[in-house]
Design a protein around this ligand. Sequence first.
Ligand code: GDP
Length: 173
Amino acid sequence: MSNTLSTDFANVLGESAVGKSSIVHRFVKDSFTDSRESTIGAAFLTQTIQIDTNTTVKFEIWDTAGQERYRSLASMYYRNAQAALVVFDITQELSLDKAKYWIKELQKQANSDIVIALVGNKLDLEEERKISKDEAQAFANELGLMYAEVSAKTGENVKDCFRDIALKLPLEE
Ligand code: GDP
């Protein structure tokens, strides 16, 4: 017997240019381009992953633009989300503050059982790192969130990050 879980509206939130679209494209299409245009509004993408012989999880992902003017639009997408990635750029200090803002929003407005992963992107730029892994991990622990570091550019840890989220989703009866 096989079990297919659907994550309704897994969301990707965070400051503009932290790499939200790039992470989603790496996960869904296993590709990366340096010249991605800023997402306008929201893009909807799906990807299915197998977590064991009997279980697959279908991610239905809203890649929401992080720009201020789309803020009210974004809340429409995360209200029913079962999972959310809140992304920051490990080379941009302010992007972690923005991630904190999104986490607060999610905790106020989303389902109380939403699985939230704090994701530090651009791991390939380790030499330019401004936010230490310990600092981000400690922050995630404090709020009871998963923490992952990824690179959309090289693909490092992107699939594993989604897989870890999938493993935390409540199984449907
Ligand atoms: P979004 O606005 O958060 O959706 O960000 P984008 O996905 O459009 O990416 C913003 C910029 O960062 C683009 O120039 C990307 O090519 C670049 N970028 C995204 N992810 C990575 C990464 O993992 N490493 C590096 N070096 N650049 C990245």
